[in-house]
Design a protein around this ligand. Structure first.
Ligand SMILES: Nc1ncnc2c1ncn2[C@@H]1O[C@H](COP(=O)(O)OP(=O)(O)OP(=O)(O)O)[C@@H](O)[C@H]1O
Ligand SMILES: [Mg+2]
Length: 600
């Protein structure tokens, strides 16, 4: 075999040279790869006309079909001729990928896959941050949002808040570094969780316009306001400060973020205005002023419906049920506790002395063992023991649901319907993370009767406008049998009814399906809670619809009485020769009897 290959070699080489003739030179990337792939293989290629990848067009393939054998042999021969990679040539190309480089290529993962979405995502990231910061500082949020057109499909997004501001030294890292934030490592409900949102928006602006992100912030009246102009060095995922100035600020504290970006401004279902209106619906304590990009466009003022801040969500420790072996080993290694029993008591929520002893003894370990000495095998036994030990559910003061009362008040304020209902489930747990589901519903009134139901999805008080189909909330609304609650619903579709359904999932860690935080993943526990909450409002709706139906029937029958009984009276008068008085009496008796009849 080997022998024949050697013998055939010159002929093949000749054919190859012929085939390569006239073809364009290799792509730039391939040229670089050739340079990197040092050694024999690279030398062997030297002097040969560079060949493009072996991929051929469909028509070329078709043209060859059924042609002489030698040509087919040529295409089979090509791969053998290429110098294949070796571990060494591959090693020359292997290097670390910076997180910002990664997300530059995968901007769709962060919600920047279309210019329309990019504009909305940028506003959303800045608004989420402002609301989180204000609430954390115990301040009623006052937000100003402006979208200024600066060219064709180019806008400048400005978001200003009255939050606590950002310490000067932290500004470059927050805005000029992906995966940097204060919320990732803690377990409490907040809009942000990943430490990527605002720097990603800045990076998108920088990539599409070349303009830096501008941040102005002031932390108190006694300190000057600072203005930074930053870009991200995507290769190193590090901020590069372009300008750093002290500036005048009217208010005592707050932050303004300005991002210039390429985008398309659209109104409607996925528009900025819709996002802000839905934000106000779930956050009645927020005041928003929005100036859209339209010429002479009136600003949108969304007043706060309540001066009460949501209950503060407190940070909790992880719950043992949510811990896996890898994380347990890391916690054991990092813990300052000297004994296993105190390790469990201090590092986890809901573990007291009794539970700690049960976990440790269940794994056949001693409570006095040093956490650092626990082997991976013993850690696995600990995990097994945790699963077999009854541990109370995690505390739920880490959550801050909107509350049924507020949901109803907001729905009433924003939607002119005839009936409103709400349901708040008790907190539950998925993978050790507490979460809570609440649902609101508005029905009838001025809502369009012939349209499919509108679904408002929320996660940690943030409206979700994209990826509806992939979201557990939407799937739950779709999967509810609304027919049993008196609505029309075709198989596999939303019901057709004058109705808006709003569902909120609040959690210390919302399991989003991607980094763009647009859809909630379908964990069984979350789907179950959504289903039960929707069924609860569904039952309330059914009672209302049935009552309405009864009322309608009654009114219809009442109308019959008024319409036909007088005619019956006249007919009876004629047939039985009744006097007017007798006829009147018959009509009154008949009307009374029918009104009293149960069927009426
Ligand atoms: N307007 C603001 N006021 C005060 N602090 C802010 C503001 N904006 C951002 N921050 C701080 O910057 C950090 C990083 O923000 P960023 O949006 O990148 O991530 P995040 O909000 O933590 O998570 P996510 O990626 O899910 O949005 C925040 O965690 C917060 O500490
Ligand atoms: Mg954020």
């Amino acid at each position: 075999m080997k022998k024949s290959t050697t013998r055939n070699k010159p002929a093949r080489a000749k054919r190859r040279t012929k085939a390569a003739k006239g073809r364009p030179a290799a792509k730039a990337g391939e040229g670089r790869a050739a340079k990197a792939g040092e050694g024999r293989a690279a030398k062997a290629r030297k002097g040969r006309p560079a060949a493009k990848g072996s991929k051929k067009t469909g028509s070329a393939r078709k043209a060859r079909k059924g042609s002489a054998k030698p040509k087919a042999a040529k295409s089979r021969a090509a791969p053998e001729s290429r110098a294949r990679a070796t571990a060494q040539t591959m090693a020359a190309q292997q290097r670390e990928i910076s997180v910002s480089e990664f997300f530059t290529k995968n901007r769709h993962l962060l919600g920047f896959d279309s210019p329309t979405k990019a504009l909305l995502t940028s506003v959303k990231e800045a608004v989420d941050n402002s609301l989180d910061a204000c609430e954390e500082a115990g301040l009623l949020p006052d937000l100003e949002i402006e979208i200024r057109p600066v060219g064709e499909n180019r806008y400048r997004v400005l978001v200003t808040d009255n939050g606590p501001g950002i310490v000067k030294a932290q500004v470059p890292r927050i805005f000029g570094k992906l995966l940097y934030g204060s919320k990732f490592h803690r377990l409490r409900q907040s809009r942000g969780q990943q430490g990527i949102g605002i720097s990603a928006a800045g990076m998108y602006g920088q990539l599409t316009t070349g303009k830096p992100i501008v941040i102005e912030s002031r932390t108190s009246k006694r300190r000057p306001a600072h203005r930074y102009e930053l870009v991200i060095d995507t290769r190193r995922n590090q901020p590069v400060i372009k300008r750093d100035l002290e500036v005048e600020w009217q208010t005592g504290h707050g932050t303004r973020v300005e991002i210039e970006l390429e985008g398309i401004y659209k109104r409607g279902r996925h528009g900025v205005e819709t996002f802000l209106r839905q934000t106000a619906l779930a956050n009645p304590h927020v005041a928003i002023r929005y100036q859209g990009p339209g010429e002479a466009e009136e600003p949108l003022e969304l007043q706060r419906a309540s001066r009460e801040l949501p209950a503060e969500a407190l940070e909790i420790q992880p719950h043992p049920y949510g811990v896996e072996v890898g994380l347990l080993l890391r916690l054991l290694k990092d813990s300052k506790a000297r004994r296993l029993s105190s390790f469990f008591r201090t590092e986890f929520s809901r573990v007291g002395p009794t539970v700690a002893t049960r976990i440790v003894e269940g794994a056949e370990l001693q409570p006095t063992t040093s956490p650092r000495r626990v082997t991976p095998e013993a850690a696995e036994r600990l995990i097994q023991s945790i699963r077999e030990t009854r541990i109370p559910a995690p505390p739920t003061n880490c959550l801050s649901p909107i509350g049924e009362e507020r949901i109803l008040a907001s729905l009433k304020e924003q939607i002119a319907a005839g009936f409103y209902a709400g349901a708040t489930r008790s907190p539950a747990v998925y993978r050790g993370n507490p979460f809570q589901v609440e649902v609101g519903l508005a029905y009838g009134g001025e809502l369009p009767a012939d349209d499919l139901v509108t679904v408002y999805r929320y996660a940690n008080r943030v409206p979700l406008l994209y990826q509806q189909g992939g979201c557990a909330i939407y799937k739950s609304v779709l999967g509810t049998n609304w027919r049993s609650y008196g609505l029309q619903q075709s198989r596999g579709a939303l019901p057709t009814a004058p109705m808006v359904v709003m569902a909120h999932v609040a959690s210390v860690w919302v399991p989003f399906t991607s980094e763009s935080k647009e859809a909630v993943a379908g964990y069984d526990e979350i789907l179950r809670e959504l289903r039960l909450a929707l069924q609860e409002v569904g039952r309330k709706l059914a009672t209302f619809i049935r009552r309405g139906q009864r009322e309608k029937d009654r009114a219809r029958k009442q109308a019959y009485i008024e319409k036909y009984i007088p005619h019956i009276g006249i007919a009876l008068q004629e047939i039985l020769d009744l006097s007017d008085r007798q006829e009147k009496k018959v009509v009154t008796t008949l009307t009374d009897t029918l009104r009293r009849s149960r069927k009426m």
